[in-house]
Design a protein around this ligand. Sequence first.
Ligand SMILES: Cc1cc2nc3c(=O)[nH]c(=O)nc-3n(C[C@H](O)[C@H](O)[C@H](O)COP(=O)(O)O)c2cc1C
Length: 190
Amino acid sequence: MTVKELIKKRRTIRKFENKPISKNQLTAYIEAARLYPSAANLQPIKYAVIADKEMTDKVFPTLKWAGYLKGEYTPKEEEKPTAYIIVCVDTSISKSNYDMDVGAAVENIILSALEDGVGACWLASVDREKLSGIIALEENLTISCVVALGYPAENPTEIQMQNGDVKYFLQNGTLNVPKRSLEEIIIKAL
Ligand SMILES: Cc1cc2nc3c(=O)[nH]c(=O)nc-3n(C[C@H](O)[C@H](O)[C@H](O)COP(=O)(O)O)c2cc1C
């Protein structure tokens, strides 16, 4: 698939198959993250990769899923992610202005995973204090967000937004994700 095709295909996945992602694959996603464009080339982002069952079971309760569906769309036991990449910032390298770096790095992870058919959910609703304890994070590292990964067991679809309603919703078991139209987002045409 081309990059454009991957971008179009990508949807947040919150239901996963119980099928492991290999260590080589996970390392390749960090390699993709490593190359993100970075403000002042400081590259303050570091990653904790979690894939063993004991640890993934500990990470799961620190995350909140699909806020608009009020807990209804939290993965069930057999739908849980099989791996997580915990995205951290090394504050001894940079103390501010790293959010755009995080965005670029995470998108690299998500798109390179999708190239393998691996789905992802980017989560910022994270109990950072609890998760820092679980992974025994060093003092100079702070958790920005988490990327949950696994082979998709759902097929969410993009729909055109109606009346400015941004909330995704379930219809016949499929998650519908409203997106703004091209006309709405281009403020000055060529
Ligand atoms: C910065 C960021 C934080 C997010 N945090 C969460 C989260 O905590 N829990 C969750 O279920 N989804 C989370 N998402 C996923 C969004 O809900 C999702 O991207 C949005 O609904 C659009 O759907 P799409 O990714 O399929 O286009 C987050 C996405 C981003 C970019």
